[in-house]
Ligand binder design. Sequence first.
Ligand SMILES: [Zn+2]
Length: 261
Amino acid sequence: MDFSYPLFQIPFVGYYLIFLAFLFGAVFASFITCTAWRVVRHEDWMLGHSHCDTCGHELSTADLFPIISYIALKGKCRYCGSKVPPRDLIFEIILGVLFAATLALHGTVDAAVIAALALEMLLLGLSLADWDSGVIPDGFLAAILIVWIITVGFRQDIQRFAVEGLIASLALGLLMALATAITGKIMKTKVSYGPTKLAMCLMLFLGFKGSVIAVGVAIILGVIFVIAARAKKRKISLAPAISIGFVAAFLVKDILALIAV
Ligand SMILES: [Zn+2]
């Protein structure tokens, strides 16, 4: 199975695929925000219908089109007229743009880009779950590991990719775990190893160079997030910082490859 061909060789097809990637991003954002919401509230995430948060009315298919439903219903519930927060709409647009940008920068449809899109979706879900509950659910980490195992099978440089990923993950992960433990001792607080586990899962994909970029961005954002959380007296959630760092590292790799060509 070979999906790879230069995206812009036939211009129309390239733009069409990028538009399609945007739509997929919006649809998957809608799915994953709902999943994260259910995981945080310990509801069944596979079954069950979506319902309005205010009146509890079950939502029909027509209410669940990403972006379009929100605009058509002017951001209100069809049944009770209460305002629906624009949060979901914003994440649908963000993941749509991210999917489109990832595909456009990567330039081909291959296993690597499909893995990246799957990861971006999972990162959005676990970031939202962490933001709402202060915990990164293990189920999302397991899903990331499954994506990695599948990706390994598709790589031509299987040994280099798998070995470098494992070494980067173990070495940098150990450093992060140490830093977390020391921070806990100094601050005399209970610390969570969730962010370390998440970073370790992601570094499997990046190898050393990418991991250093990702961790660097994540540390800078993490410090900003911690200061902001303290000021607002809310729970600290580091998953969004780590997620942004990882996505930045993946995109930077493709941007550098474009410049090199
Ligand atoms: Zn309602």
